[in-house]
Design a protein. Structure first.
Length: 103
């Protein structure tokens, strides 16, 4: 590992709390929320891949971002973001296509 986080972002345009968004992601991934109640909760999607939720600050309206990270490769982040995108759309969410980046 190089210390680089590979990131893929999903954007969702709906009003929801961070806690509810994380719970829905955990349900879609058939897992739980790690570090709930802290500043950096996450949902593990696969080994070396997890999701974090970024809610707008200061009561800004939606959209909100789901960042899917991998500490190994962009391909892993991309595959897990695509899988999460499809699962959330099956739940009836409208999710923009994944957008890649590196953090």
């Amino acid at each position: 590992m190089t210390g680089v986080l590979h990131a893929v972002t999903l954007v969702v345009n709906m009003p929801i709390t961070k806690i509810d968004a994380l719970d829905a992601i955990a349900f879609a991934a058939d897992t739980g929320v790690e570090d709930a109640g802290t500043a950096r909760p996450r949902v593990w999607l696969a080994p070396h891949a997890w999701a974090e939720v970024e809610i707008p600050k200061f009561a800004d309206p939606p959209p909100f971002a789901i960042d899917v990270y991998s500490d190994v490769s962009g391909a892993i982040a991309w595959a897990q973001a695509r899988r999460l995108h499809d699962a959330l759309e099956r739940f009836g969410w409208t999710v923009s296509p994944p957008r890649a980046g590196v953090r």
